[in-house]
Design a protein around this ligand. Structure first.
Ligand SMILES: CCCCCCCCCCCCCC(=O)SCCNC(=O)CCNC(=O)[C@H](O)C(C)(C)COP(=O)(O)OP(=O)(O)OC[C@H]1O[C@@H](n2cnc3c(N)ncnc32)[C@H](O)[C@@H]1OP(=O)(O)O
Length: 236
């Protein structure tokens, strides 16, 4: 066997596990965190159909599995724009005209999202910011929905592994004739955010990353798709 025929063997040094700042939250801890966000920010968690049995599924499965389901999408209870559905509307009633233009995405960055030693992978951070702006742009996951055309991420500080992240996004411009929507998002430490809110502090929290994005609406709806199932529609 010549040297060229030898199988390539990667010499990977042993990697020691980085101790996390906070252990992976239990179900109770995670839902407690989400309920606190809901009450402080007048938002409600969107219940997504993640059963793989319906064509209505619109949840970002990739993020759901990457975070081991420690991810939550939250929308304002009071839409900013006109045409909001009445709070008592039936779930199937097309959720008429709900335009949020804002969204919050809560996520726990666990060991499976490691990038640099002790820090969250930049791709994971970008995905979270992208999904958050996507949610604000198209909160009902309409089938003729928006796709990311451009995403720019500014990484300001390394997000430590083992932290609760909260991203908030805002759509600041929609140009319907050209099917464009422009949005921004920021990622902060979720526990620091809640603590400052609950203590009535007004100083600005450190931003770990921020993004701006251009979303473009598809020309045609995707075949067979319909709006996402919002099982707690009446709470929005
Ligand atoms: C309730 C649900 C709960 C769960 C929620 C989970 C939320 C998760 C959310 C997850 C979200 C994750 C989201 C994802 O991960 S989306 C996945 C990643 N993105 C993609 O795959 C997109 C791929 N690209 C395309 O499909 C097409 O290129 C698109 C659709 C984008 C445009 O192709 P289309 O043929 O339709 O466009 P057009 O040529 O008619 O142009 C129309 C206008 O747009 C302008 N333009 C177009 N492209 C660009 C560009 N790149 N930069 C700047 N400008 C651009 C263009 O100049 C024109 O403007 P004007 O000249 O008229 O002024």
């Amino acid at each position: 066997m010549t040297r060229a025929d030898e199988p390539l063997v990667w010499q990977v040094p042993a990697v020691s596990r980085v101790p996390l700042a906070a252990p992976v939250p239990t179900d109770a801890e995670w839902s407690g965190f989400i309920r606190r966000l809901e009450s402080r920010y007048d938002v409600r968690q969107v219940q997504v159909d993640n059963t793989h049995t319906k064509s209505t599924r619109r949840v970002s499965d990739f993020l759901d599995s990457a975070t081991r389901s420690r991810i939550a999408y939250l929308l304002p209870t009071t839409p900013l724009c006109q045409g909001a559905a009445d709070a008592d509307d039936d779930v199937d009633d097309n959720s008429a005209g709900y335009v949020a233009d804002r969204a919050i995405l809560a996520v726990y960055f666990g060991p499976h999202m490691q990038g640099p030693s002790g820090g969250v992978h930049g791709g994971a951070v970008a995905s979270v910011l992208d999904a958050c702006i996507g949610m604000a742009t198209n909160p009902l996951s309409q089938p003729e929905g928006y796709l990311t055309a451009q995403l720019t991420v500014n990484y300001r500080r390394m997000m430590p592994l083992g932290s609760y992240g909260v991203a908030w996004a805002r759509v600041f411009e929609r140009d319907d004739p050209s099917r464009k929507a422009y949005g921004i998002a920021r990622l902060v430490d979720g526990q620091a955010l809640l603590a400052s809110r609950e203590n009535g502090e007004s100083h600005r929290l450190p931003v770990y990353a921020e993004a701006s994005a251009l979303f473009v609406r598809r020309k045609r709806a995707v075949e067979g798709a319909s709006p996402a199932s919002l099982t707690q529609r009446s709470r929005l």
